[in-house]
Design a protein around this ligand. Structure first.
Ligand code: HEM
Length: 488
């Protein structure tokens, strides 16, 4: 019996390899206009080049996998990873076309487990007019000066509360601790929930929910995905209640500008009255789902950026000292006139902004952007066949010595020469085009406030730790540091 199973497995693998080879060959020959499928290797049957891809995430150089293929096949190459044929672009012009997506040739591509955890009408999944509308509502609110002025106080308060819970000279695990700043701020931004039972509930359930983001896509009682979906249901139920209360408040305050001010993302979505594409506004169910789903890109990215800033500054004493000097100067000014800090003051410290840009460039928190083509598309002479995945690698552009001299060196001073950080195709930590991260300015503000209070309150010693790049960027030991108050 066992030998029969063995023969069947081998036969199955042979058929599969033959099919992959044949399919790959057929596609290799495919052309549209002058375009040709990029060169590359599909690797082993079934596995493709997945093992090599993962192994590269555990080395100190996050671009080994990409660099090796780039030198063999050019800036754009094909491979087969994580069960899909993928075209990887390390070319900033090709990336730009993919991200801009002017002809609507690409749709977002996520692993099945993530797709299962997102609702059908999630901002991360939706396309076209509806996506544009939801994105504009959220981004418009998060960009508004009124919002930034209000959230500045909340961020300062949360940072100070977190610092107050740290014991000097005891190890603090930065990677975990910083979520105690970013999560409450995120929940406040999304739906104005402050510290208390509701926030604790969301913190617990969200931690359970995101465990399912990378797991086997099996959905029945007992599986990881099932448990995560249950956590999501519980959170959506809670948010639904808040949505209903808000709607009632809006009806009661009908016409009252003051009472109906837009205080959070939830308000911004509720104010939508509908248009020609949708006769009514967004449904309460859709709003509740999206509020939870917006926590996915917001929750892990920012504490990781803060952690990496501490790591890079620890390893670059000169940069740390310059950062401290600039921030101490502002602190002295503010103490002398005993005024509150404004968000523009935090954001206009030039060296601090350069430290943030350099951290985002080197940390590559979102290492690449995944899309799926809905048509055969030709970009810069490369053909991307219909239904293939494309990964626009942000890391390889950020770590390319053609764009950045000595790219592995943490050098905030380089930004004095590079200048403006917007409209630059070789610096896209927040993506680009219609899906440019709406949390961009909030993230920079939160990073600025955090760094200001950290370097003007403490000096620290970090234990030895390493950066890991797979499946997401993080510190192997969560970056333990011990702090000493500066005026002690
Ligand atoms: C350092 C921190 C952050 C980084 C590096 C980052 C990076 C990104 C990137 C690269 C994308 C584009 C994804 C794509 O094109 O598929 C994105 C999208 C998004 N980000 Fe962020 N993000 C950060 C913080 C945040 C925060 C704090 C929030 C929440 C307020 C947020 C909310 C979103 C949302 C909702 C999207 C989806 C936009 C859309 O598809 O229309 N992000 N982010």
């Amino acid at each position: 019996m066992e030998w029969m199973i063995g023969v069947c497995v081998v036969m199955g693998m042979l058929v599969m390899s033959w099919w992959i080879l044949l399919y790959g060959k057929k596609n290799d020959e495919k052309t549209v206009g002058k375009g040709k499928i990029p060169k590359g290797n599909s690797g082993w049957p079934l596995l493709g080049e997945t093992l090599d891809f993962i192994a590269s995430g555990y080395t100190s150089n996050p671009v080994t996998f990409l660099e090796k293929r780039k030198s063999l096949y050019g800036n754009v190459f094909k491979t087969c990873i994580l069960g899909s044929n993928v075209i990887i672009s390390t070319d900033q012009d090709v990336n730009k076309v993919v991200l801009q997506n002017h002809q609507a040739n690409f749709v977002p591509a996520y692993p099945k487990s993530i797709r299962e955890l997102m609702g059908e009408q999630s901002i991360l999944k939706m396309n076209g007019t509806m996506h544009k509308k939801v994105h504009t509502l959220i981004a418009g609110f998060l960009r508004s000066p009124q919002f930034k002025a209000r959230i500045t106080r909340d961020i300062e308060h949360t940072v100070k509360q977190c610092f107050a819970s740290w014991t000097p000279h005891q190890p603090i695990y930065v990677q975990d601790q910083l979520k105690r700043i970013t999560f409450p701020v995120l929940v406040k931004v999304l739906m104005s929930v402050g510290p208390g039972e509701e926030l604790d509930f969301l913190y617990r359930e969200f931690a359970e929910f995101i465990k399912g983001l990378i797991c086997l896509p099996l959905k029945f009682p007992g599986t990881r995905l099932y448990k995560s979906l249950q956590s999501k249901d519980r959170m959506v139920k809670m948010v639904r209640k808040i949505v209903e209360e808000r709607k009632k408040l809006m009806r009661d305050n009908n016409g009252d500008e003051e009472g109906n001010a837009v205080n959070d993302v939830l308000d911004a979505l509720l104010r939508d009255k509908g248009d020609s594409s949708s006769s009514a506004g967004l449904s309460p169910e859709m709003i509740s789902q999206n509020i939870i789903e917006m926590m996915i890109p917001g929750e892990e990215t920012l504490p990781t950026a803060m952690t990496m800033a501490i790591k890079f500054l620890t390893d670059s004493p000169l940069a740390l000292s310059k950062l401290q000097e600039e921030n101490m100067e502002l602190k002295r000014l503010k103490t002398n006139c005993s005024e509150d800090y404004s968000w523009t003051e935090y954001m206009s410290l030039p060296f601090t902004q350069n430290v943030i840009s350099e951290t985002l460039r080197m940390a590559n928190i979102v290492n690449g952007i995944w899309r799926k083509s809905v048509n055969d598309i030709e970009i810069k002479g490369y053909l991307i066949p219909k239904h293939w995945c494309v990964m626009a690698s942000l890391t390889s552009v950020h770590m390319d010595e053609k764009n950045y001299e000595n790219p592995f060196k943490f050098d905030p001073w380089r930004w004095e020469k590079i200048g403006a950080v917007t409209g630059n195709n070789s610096f896209t930590p927040f993506g680009g085009g219609h899906r440019l991260c709406p949390g961009l300015e909030l993230s920079r503000l939160e990073l600025s406030i955090f760094l200001h209070h950290l370097v003007t309150t403490y000096r620290w010693v970090a234990e030895r730790d390493e950066i890991i790049y797979f499946p997401t960027v993080k510190m192997k030991r969560k970056l333990p540091i011990s702090l000493e108050p500066i005026n002690a």
